[in-house]
Design a protein around this ligand. Structure first.
Ligand code: 5GP
Length: 302
């Protein structure tokens, strides 16, 4: 009797299913690394904590190859330099190897520095479709102590949107006037369509009252706020995984292939901007992500 016959059929089916799931999880983890949805340091930490995890079972060669801008040649040189055998799995690295790999990762992919002095001006940005609007709406409903900035926009209201609550809906002439009079802290054309901007006066008033102010704006806007108010706290919302973001971005594939590809390219570029931010928050669950934002606001209030 061969060994495979000795294993009951149900167990073999279950084992095969587990193997497929694991392969899928490993492939998804590689995409998360490539797209910067997770930091390589976080993956290494999970691999070390649990050698049997998806992270722990990942080959060092696959891990390095999944990192942004590392091809096969560079990967092999790195392994040589770090004296790590290419057959190793992340969870099987020795203490010395983990140390050299961690130091190399920190040099190549610097982690965000924790900010000491914080401002009460919080900016929430992130890639398209990550759910910034939902997190901001949750904060508006549940945390009246936080002043959520109401933007001006030239786009028409959607059903259910109230002027002065969700946006100030203005025409192009009024938007031009707001810019000319210096009434906007920042403004940008979003998705090549409408203009959006943050009125400055309500923010100044709320800050003067000692409140925390939250802006939910796009990346271009976040960069302008950084320049205008360097002490502002910039928060980048991340999707739980690259696959999840793709799902939210392109849904069930009703768009043209070209449009899908364009959105995915944009998301990749947007994710690469995360290094400009002070904090990363993963939007796995809206209430939890909102709680993390609020936590930043309370720890920053002085
Ligand atoms: P929507 O039209 O779906 O409400 O918003 C589209 C995008 O505009 C979102 O990514 C949102 O973050 C961004 N946005 C909303 N208000 C502002 C703003 O005042 N300034 C900038 N730069 N972007 C904004």
């Amino acid at each position: 009797m061969t060994e495979s016959r000795a294993v009951p059929e149900v167990d073999r089916v279950a084992a095969a299913r587990r193997a497929v799931e694991r392969r899928r999880a490993r492939a998804s983890l590689k995409r998360d690394l490539t797209m910067r949805v997770v930091t390589p340091q976080a993956v290494l930490a999970r691999a070390v904590a649990d050698a049997d995890s998806v992270e722990g079972s990942m080959r060092i060669t696959d891990f390095l190859l999944a990192l942004p801008a590392i091809g096969a040649g560079k990967r092999d040189r790195i392994l040589d330099e770090l004296h790590i055998s290419p057959v190793k799995r992340l969870g099987g690295l020795g203490v010395r190897q983990r140390g050299v790999l961690a130091r190399w990762l920190n040099g190549r992919f610097p982690l965000l520095e924790p900010r000491g002095a914080r401002s009460r001006l919080l900016v929430l940005a992130g890639p398209t479709a990550v759910g910034k609007g939902t997190v901001a709406a949750y904060i508006r409903e549940n945390h009246p102590e936080i002043h959520l900035s109401v933007s001006a926009t030239t786009r028409p209201p959607r059903p259910g949107e109230v002027d002065g609550v969700h946006y100030y809906f203005v025409d192009d002439t009024e938007f031009d006037r707001l810019i000319a009079e210096g009434e906007l802290l920042e403004y940008a054309v979003v998705h090549n369509r409408s203009r959006y901007g943050t009125p400055r006066a309500p923010i100044d008033a709320a800050l003067a009252e000692g409140k925390t102010v939250l802006l939910e704006i796009d990346l271009q806007g976040a960069r302008q706020v950084r320049r205008a108010e360097p002490s502002a706290t910039l928060i980048f919302l991340l999707p739980p995984s690259w696959d999840e973001l793709v799902q939210r971005l392109v849904g069930r594939g009703t768009e043209e292939a070209e449009e899908r590809a364009r959105r995915l390219r944009t998301a990749k570029v947007e994710l690469a901007a995360q290094n400009e931010f002070d904090h990363l928050i993963v939007n796995e669950d809206v209430a939890a992500a909102a709680a993390e934002v609020v936590e930043l606001s309370s720890s920053s209030a002085r």
